[in-house]
Design a binder for this molecule. Structure first.
Ligand code: PHE
Length: 377
């Protein structure tokens, strides 16, 4: 009875503190703040990344790490404003020593801005926009960038004999705009021509962009954007895009995409970071099996990137005398060399702290995603 009393007392003290400064204030380990879209249109990205992070955490704990750490997750609700608010909350109220996040480049941009202002290291698992790491030494990433992805996609299209591309762009998204420009630069330099059409994210009716693309009569349609727009666009385009090939990037890589396109018959290819069915990749296969077992779902790119980002961070932390020192941890992250990830070998010891990794091309066929090829840029 006395014991129960003590537990209750502890619990109420804790809850009382929670209302003011937070119960974890005396935590003496490394606080890893995680900002992800757990709700809103990009929620499937958030869910997958968090699953990957949890799997990595379990593996690290099982292997036994000398570094005491905890993950604190905040939902950025798929908006740049909320991403910034949550990043600040983590740094100012939760004592985060480092931030991980987010997925959409526009959202990572606001997180990285806050991290820079505060002098806190930040690693994005998935944001590919080139400009993010320019002029911000506090941000690193473990994915390739869009000038690379755009170049690979341009070469892929031309090698299929597709010389005239219609490009669908959302001008308000850093990812969409940057990626489209990167593609255009590479595609035109190699002899292709492009025609740009603009759409608005979350616009339930894509008939303008669909008609504009149809009128341009291209060889290939490049959707520079996310699955929540690309999916419905392809579905609505149906007859008007006459079974023409559609290409895209990692933004199309979501399980939801397959549902959203309905029964569209266009050949669809997209570049991404990981395919669970990649042949001759035992580490990928093992990861996919464990992910299915634990979460009952097929892992996408975000799952693998979420897994890798925690390993990169802990590899850097291990090289620090004091991982809680922002400057020391940031320098260690920037010195990352050959960390073996599920998505490839990760080295960040270059001016924009971005790895040079292979891309995976996936083909959508018969309502399923199928590994097509691996391209080393
Ligand atoms: N690369 C995208 C961006 O920068 C995010 C993304 C990564 C989406 C991986 C899907 C898979 O906005």
């Amino acid at each position: 009875m006395a014991r129960l009393g003590r537990v209750l007392l502890l619990l109420t003290t804790c809850l009382g503190l929670l209302g003011t400064a937070g119960c974890g204030d005396d935590y003496d380990g490394l606080v890893i703040g995680v900002v992800l879209p757990m709700t809103g249109p990009q929620a499937t990205y958030g869910e997958e990344s968090w699953n990957g992070l949890q799997l990595a955490e379990a593996d690290l704990r099982q292997a036994g790490t000398n570094i005491k750490f905890k993950l604190v997750l905040k939902d950025e609700k798929s908006t740049p404003q909320e991403a910034q608010t949550q990043a600040k909350t983590l740094m100012e109220l939760e004592g985060a020593h480092v931030l991980l996040g987010s997925v959409a480049s526009s959202n990572t941009k606001t997180i990285a801005g806050a991290a820079k202002e505060n002098g806190t290291p930040c690693i994005t698992p998935a944001s590919t926009n080139d400009n993010l790491t320019t002029g911000n030494p506090w941000l690193s990433r473990i994915c390739y960038k869009d000038s690379v992805q755009g170049g690979v996609l341009a070469t892929f299209a031309l090698s299929n004999g597709w010389k005239r591309a219609a490009v669908c762009v959302d001008n308000e998204s850093d990812y969409s705009r940057g990626f489209a420009d990167n593609f255009k630069g590479a595609f035109e330099a190699a002899g292709g021509t492009t025609h740009f059409e603009y759409f608005k994210a979350g616009n339930a009716d894509y008939s303008n962009v669909i008609q504009g693309v149809a009128d341009a009569n291209p060889d290939v349609i490049f959707i520079s954007g996310y699955y929540e727009d690309g999916g419905p666009m392809i579905k609505q385009a149906k007859a008007r895009w006459e079974g023409k090939p559609v290409i895209g990037g990692d933004g199309l890589d979501s399980a939801e995409f397959l549902t959203l396109i309905g029964d569209a018959q266009n050949p669809i290819y997209f570049s991404t970071h990981f395919a669970p069915d990649a042949p001759d990749e035992p580490a990928v296969k093992a990861f996919a099996e464990r992910y299915r077992e634990r979460f009952g779902k097929e892992p996408g790119a975000m799952a693998a990137l979420g897994y890798d980002v925690l390993f990169v961070l802990m590899d850097a932390a291990k090289r620090c005398a004091n991982p809680k020192s922002a400057a020391e941890l940031n320098t260690a992250i920037g010195a990352t060399k050959n960390v073996k990830g599920i998505t490839g070998l990760i080295s960040l010891d270059n001016p924009d702290r971005t790895p040079n990794k292979p891309l995976v091309i996936v083909k959508v066929e018969g309502g399923a995603k199928k590994f097509h090829s691996t391209i080393k840029p």
